[in-house]
Ligand binder design. Structure first.
Ligand SMILES: Cc1ncc(COP(=O)(O)O)c(C=O)c1O
Length: 408
């Protein structure tokens, strides 16, 4: 596959903004949608729109089949051992909140500890804070070093007999450093605590084999993986999900309901209360297929690496730029580049770049603790997808210089 072939699959990439061709470098926030995703969602909404799992009519059967087939595809994609371990949610945030609440109810007692890294997205901090407040447990941050690497030695020492769970990102949405999740799980399991991996960025750039890594929970969002918004996945080991109480009550998550006693549905329905996002969930199918085909195509993998290496080199060689997340080896870095530029404010840079057709993220990126760690109030972030080209990367670097000169 060539990058031009990939670009043809994403209609948004043909857009112009302010008369300039769009350069979309905000992929870590949300990726663009493939035509297959858009047409599938349109087709399901137009011709197969019926609530799932309920009625006996043909439309309901089609919608249910599309939804449940997707569960099998997700199971394969993550290499989970059973489809009961795949719970559909609205995204990573919902998946982590589910675990924080239900794992908390089942397993956390007063004085227990949860560890997260200081480079987590708020989605992997605040749900644990809420749970710790409720259960009188303690949330502790594990530091990252000056280059943005998680301090594994400190993590190991911080795990005590009271540590029940470590919640860690596979790839920070700010630093882009790829955490050695298998090693982290090994350390945690050897000390008797469970591990949740926030795969919001990791699923896009590294993928995961949940049996190989042996994590207890894995969360990701469809919209960062080219699928429809409002889709997400929670993988959880069956024995843990079985022991956890339901998250929300409502239709579909029950066995029987009476005022005397209500019983709950088996997995995974126990965690899928109410009407599900059935027109959107099936878009995970073509999105995962695309992600897999990109990852296994050596031509496109080496092209994407070339774009990443060009940006890394260009940003590191400019002494006005402070890059956050400096890899010791290029393979440790996903194409997520957050930086600050001496003498210019990130928001001003982002506004000027926008006028040049370049969409980047600026600000705190839902990760205030990591801003504090590096002593800044915000950063500028360029995050790259397989459809981004070397020419776009070169245009970005030139435009950045121009914008900085305008602001100097
Ligand atoms: C690392 C990480 N975790 C969690 C999230 C939250 O994802 P969502 O807003 O799709 O629930 C994000 C989104 O940017 C992220 O990058």
């Amino acid at each position: 596959m060539k990058v031009e072939d990939i670009r043809k699959m994403f209609p948004a990439l043909d857009a112009s903004v302010y008369g300039k061709p769009l350069v979309y470098f905000d992929n870590a926030a949300t990726a663009q949608r493939m035509d297959k995703v858009l047409s599938l969602m349109g087709d399901l909404s137009a011709y197969h729109n019926a609530n799932i799992h309920r009625a006996v009519h043909k439309l309901a059967g089609d919608a249910t089949d599309a939804y449940e087939k997707t569960r099998d595809l997700v199971k394969e994609f993550l290499n989970a051992s059973s489809r009961e371990e795949i719970v559909f949610t609205s995204g990573t945030t919902a998946s982590i909140n589910l675990v924080a609440f239900c794992f908390g109810e089942a397993f956390i007692r007063e004085g227990d500890e949860i560890l997260v890294s200081e480079a987590e997205h708020h989605s992997n901090i605040v749900p644990w804070q809420l749970m710790c407040q409720r259960k009188k447990a303690v949330l502790k941050p594990v530091p990252v070093d000056d280059d943005g690497y998680l301090r594994l030695d400190v993590l190991e020492n911080m795990i005590s007999s009271r540590t029940k769970l470590v919640a860690i990102t596979q790839i920070s949405n700010v630093l882009g450093i790829i955490n050695p999740v298998k090693e982290i799980v090994n350390i945690c399991h050897s000390k008797g605590c469970k591990v949740l991996i926030d795969g919001a960025q990791g699923v896009v750039h590294s993928g995961i084999d949940v049996q190989d890594v042996d994590c207890d929970f894995y969360a990701f969002s469809g919209h960062k993986l080219y699928a429809a918004t409002g889709t997400g996945v929670l993988y959880g080991k069956k024995e843990l999900l079985e022991e956890m109480p339901p998250y929300m009550g409502g239709g579909e998550m029950i066995g029987t309901v009476s005022f005397k006693e209500t019983t709950f549905a088996p997995l995974p329905e126990k965690f899928e209360a109410g009407t599900q996002n059935f027109n959107a969930v099936p878009t995970l199918g073509p999105a995962m297929e695309f992600a897999r085909s990109v990852a296994s195509d050596s031509e496109i993998v080496s092209y994407n690496e070339k774009v990443r290496d060009y940006l890394l080199e260009a940003l590191l060689s400019d002494d006005r730029i402070r890059l956050f997340g400096v890899p010791h080896r290029t393979i440790d870095k996903a194409p997520v580049f957050s930086f600050a530029m001496k003498g210019v404010h990130h928001e001003d840079l982002a506004l000027i770049l926008d006028k040049m057709g370049i969409a980047v993220r600026s600000g705190q990126m839902c990760a205030e603790p990591v801003m504090d760690r590096f002593g800044v109030t915000g950063m500028l972030r360029a995050s790259i997808a397989p459809y981004n080209t070397l020419e776009e990367a070169e245009y970005f670097i030139k435009s950045l210089e121009k914008a900085a000169a305008m602001l100097a």
